[in-house]
Design a protein around this ligand. Structure first.
Ligand code: NAD
Length: 434
């Protein structure tokens, strides 16, 4: 995107200009720019808010089962701690890279602001393939990553959570490593823990539940009835499988889902619970599921459905396929599934995109509930967690929708305007120390 005055001087340009249009950090900055112009954001504030506050890169030596030492590279990016301690997941994947982690950290800042939880944004990642690691290797990698970042993490400083390929067990190891080092049990240092260690009821389903809540809210605004809507869900992990299941329970017909093994289609509607059971019994994979027609992931995205929920990974909807998308609503369970080029095409085609920083904010909302419960030492019922989550997601959807209408922009830009304004207002009140 071409920057023009008054922001020209303030364009983020260190350590190097990011030119790749599919680069997730660049994608974040492009949306940020549009919102910053609407807000007439001061150039100094622009530069402050777009720049990650701290970037940690750490070398992680792991003693492999073979007796060999192998080095892994890990990251933790604190994008902002203006609204509170920073919060964000940790991703284990061979594709992890610093730009992705920086983008994800920034998205966490905006996400927390949108749902009004008192956190800043952070994200972590380790370049590794957890499927190739034994349980012992995974534990040693997790504990050493945590030990290396002891000064960064803390319940009042920076609070990790699960993300792609990390789970409750990994959060338990992080909590234990941190607790052993500070010599007291400190559950609030991490969220997404097992219930017995101070996890929250409803946390595992929270992101998918939030996707369901905002999708229904959008249907209501667009006068679409759930019982008349067909849905396709890309990704069948934590977010996708729960979103698909809950949308089915709300009367939507989920006709297609996919995971890394491919897409599965049935025009009469899939038996989502049976697919969840199948995936659980087959190492979290739908490979070999036979009660559906096989389709490719690309075909799934362009199916003639009312709702498309990309719940897998970044950059799935780009200028290459956006023009072929037929869904009226896209509900972004994944982070960054749509590129900025695709945004414009979808807008022109009348597709309503519920942006990731709103649609998948249910996870961080219940993470916040978990942190509150850990600090209180008093735990809520599932019913209370879900009721509060639904209320906060509904309010966030309404706030974003109103902001988008006010400025006659897409929900994505409305969400950025809402979030950036909140963080900028807080920054103005706090001021710059020294
Ligand atoms: P997960 O690891 O549980 O599931 C990912 C799913 O995507 C798996 O089914 C995998 O097979 C599938 N997948 C991977 N590559 C694919 C491809 N190319 N095509 C189709 N499917 C593919 O991860 P998750 O926790 O469900 O996270 C999914 C997305 O949601 C990520 O972008 C993550 O950052 C985002 N997210 C997760 C949470 C959370 O609470 N888990 C919260 C907010 C956002």
């Amino acid at each position: 995107m071409q920057f023009t005055d008054p922001y020209k001087k303030a364009v983020y340009s260190e350590p190097a200009p990011i030119l790749d249009p599919d680069n997730p950090f660049q994608a974040m900055v492009e949306r940020f720019d549009v919102a910053a112009k609407i807000l007439e954001l001061d150039p100094g504030f622009y530069e402050y808010l777009v720049t990650p506050a701290r970037v940690h890169i750490t070398a992680i030596p792991v003693m492999m089962d073979s007796g060999q030492i192998r080095m892994f590279e890990g990251y933790r990016v604190i994008h902002s701690d203006i609204l509170g301690p920073s919060k964000g997941g940790i991703r284990f994947s061979p594709d992890v890279n610093l730009d992705e982690v920086k983008a994800l950290a920034a998205w966490m800042t905006w996400k927390c602001a949108i749902v009004s939880v008192p956190f800043g944004g952070a994200k972590g990642g380790v370049i590794c393939n957890p499927r190739e690691l034994s349980r012992g290797e995974l534990e040693r990698l997790t504990r050493r990553y945590t030990a290396n970042l002891m000064d960064v993490f803390g319940p009042d400083k920076d609070i990790p959570a699960p993300d792609m390929n990390t789970n409750e067990q990994i959060m338990a190891w992080i909590m234990d490593t941190y607790s052993m080092t500070v010599k007291r049990t400190e559950p609030a240092v991490v969220t997404g823990k097992p219930i017995v260690l101070g996890g929250s009821e409803g946390r595992r389903e929270a992101t998918g539940r939030g996707v369901m809540t905002v999708t229904l809210a959008a249907m209501e605004r667009l006068n679409m009835r759930p019982s008349e809507c067909s849905t396709a869900v890309q990704g069948f992990g934590n977010v996708g499988s729960v979103a698909a299941n809950l949308l089915t329970q709300q009367g939507c017909k989920v006709v297609a889902v996919s995971d890394i093994s491919g897409g599965y289609y049935n025009s009469a509607g899939l038996d989502i619970q049976a697919m969840i059971d199948y995936s659980r019994e087959h190492e979290d994979s739908l490979e070999g599921y036979s009660e559906a027609e096989s389709i490719s992931n690309d075909e799934l995205l362009t199916l003639d459905v009312d709702v498309l929920a990309p719940c897998a990974k970044e950059d799935q909807i780009t200028k290459r396929n956006a023009g072929d998308i037929k869904a009226k609503i896209i509900s972004e369970g994944a982070n960054g599934p749509t590129s900025p080029r695709a945004d414009a095409i979808l807008r022109d085609n009348g597709c309503t995109v519920i942006p990731d920083i709103l649609a998948n904010a249910g996870g961080v909302t219940v993470s916040y509930f978990e942190w509150v419960q850990d600090r209180q030492g008093y735990f809520w019922t599932l019913e209370r967690v879900n009721r509060r989550l639904d209320r906060m997601m509904h309010k966030a959807f309404d706030d974003v929708f109103d902001k988008a209408e006010e400025h006659d922009v897409t929900l994505r830009i409305g969400a950025y305007v809402l979030a950036i304004k909140k963080v900028a207002d807080a920054l103005e009140l706090r001021g710059i120390y020294a």
